[in-house]
Design a protein around this ligand. Sequence first.
Ligand code: FE
Length: 177
Amino acid sequence: MFALGALILAAHCNASPTNNIAARPATANSTTNQTMKFPVTKTDTEWRQELTPEQYRVLRQADTERPFTGLYWNTKEPGVYRCAACKQVLFTSKDKFDSGCGWPSFSDLASAKTVILRDDSSFGMHRTEVICAHCGSHLGHLFDDGPKPTGLRYCINSASLAFEKTNPPQPGPGEKK
Ligand code: FE
């Protein structure tokens, strides 16, 4: 019900796209992706049992949470963001930035090949969907209006993420605190 409003906001946030695609991973077309096999595969019943209803709607049915409502849109603590479905590390706090869109936004991936991109023409818009390369779950969308040097904005649902806080390094024996 709120998906359309959220998508309109997402499109609005993408009002000044650039053509900086140097850092953008290759995009799979939708036909390729539909037949893709993922390392983690579960039945629909298993996903429903393991995920919360909101996580299931977003991760497995490509829904979009309302902006400024998710757990992590304003999180600034150091840590890693895992896929909420398969627990693969997707993003780190060092690449998280405040895009003003109300969804967690990242300028880069934690490491290459953790996500797959595919064309998304739903809701009358042409966008790039971001899915987990490990389990095929929907994460969010990718836009070309992020900060330098990548110029990318991975606009990701909080419901698709599991944040894991990392502790600052502890001083060794004999070191000053
Ligand atoms: Fe995953």
